[in-house]
Design a protein around this ligand. Structure first.
Ligand code: ATP
Length: 268
């Protein structure tokens, strides 16, 4: 039996056109992930060491997961997603087995990305007594697997965190998570793009001023903008359960009350 409840290699179905404001990350991700997975022979010929792992960091809801999935979708790479904390709440020895299982599955599904979300759960200071037992084991198994990746061509680890400050430095050594990419909140143009994407399947009043809404939502994450569009629709229904469309006024009201959870400490 598997040590993890659900561990499935999938081909995600997120395309770049579903994500707004990430064009600058896209090329960096292709270089770091697609090149080593799909063109290993070029690395060998040129004599460069391909990346084994990449760390995506930045505030919550700013498309770390989505961009990794889009890359996988568009390059035909498989995707295996694991949350850091899932690996921890296990009996002694189970965690290590779970980590080995993750890598074995990924190898079988190569070319494959292993997406470790909330990696900080594993990487926090290992000398913290309260948690050290389980963390130490999981982290060590992970490092072992990564150090062995040379032979297991076709697997790349992409780890994501909101808290790069608490990452264990052992994970960040060369040959492990050696590429680091900041994924920040969208700028005004990015927000406008996200709002357009998120309203594509909504019935909305003609002539909505997306540039204005983008201005009103400075500091919002993609997740918050997505929630805002839902809020606008809820406002429309509150006014009229048979509302034919979401109006400009609903969007502006939702934008005025939008949740902005990203604090200054979280951004670079
Ligand atoms: P966390 O750190 O909380 O795991 P994350 O950075 O991985 O967050 P995602 O899971 O990629 O964020 O985004 C959460 C949700 O927010 C997505 O499922 C999507 O609905 C929406 N979203 C985020 N960014 C974008 C974007 N750039 N374009 C469109 N939708 C977005």
């Amino acid at each position: 039996p598997s040590a993890l409840r659900s561990l499935i290699v999938e081909t995600p179905r997120v395309s770049w056109s579903d994500i707004g404001g990430v064009s600058h990350i896209r090329e960096r991700l292709r270089e770091a992930i697609e090149w080593p997975l799909l063109h290993p022979e070029t690395f060998a010929r040129l004599g460069v060491q391909p990346t084994k792992g990449l760390l995506l960091y930045g505030p919550p809801g700013c498309s770390k997961t989505l961009t990794a999935k889009a890359l996988a979708t568009e390059s035909g790479i498989n995707f295996l997603s694991v949350k850091g904390p899932e690996l921890l709440n296990k009996y002694v020895g189970e965690s290590e087995r779970a980590v080995r299982e993750v890598f074995a599955k990924a190898r079988a599904g190569a070319p494959c990305i292993i997406f470790f979300d909330e990696i900080d759960a594993l990487g926090t200071a290992r000398n913290d007594d309260r948690t050290s037992g389980a963390h130490e084991g999981v982290l060590t198994s992970m490092l072992n697997e990564m150090d062995g990746i040379q032979e297991l061509q076709g697997v790349i680890v992409v780890a994501a965190t909101n808290r790069p400050d608490v990452m264990d430095s052992a994970l960040m050594r060369p040959g492990r998570l050696d590429k680091i990419l900041y994924v920040g909140p969208p700028d005004a143009r990015g927000r406008e793009e996200i709002l357009r994407i998120r309203t594509r399947h909504m019935t909305i009043e003609a002539g909505i001023d997306f540039a204005l809404l983008a201005q009103m939502t400075e500091g919002c994450s993609g997740a918050e903008l997505t929630a805002m569009c839902q809020d606008a629709a809820t406002l429309a229904m509150r006014e009229d359960v048979n509302a034919p469309y979401v109006s400009r006024q609903h969007f502006e009201k939702a934008a005025k009350h939008v949740r902005k959870g990203i604090t200054r400490e979280m951004v670079e």
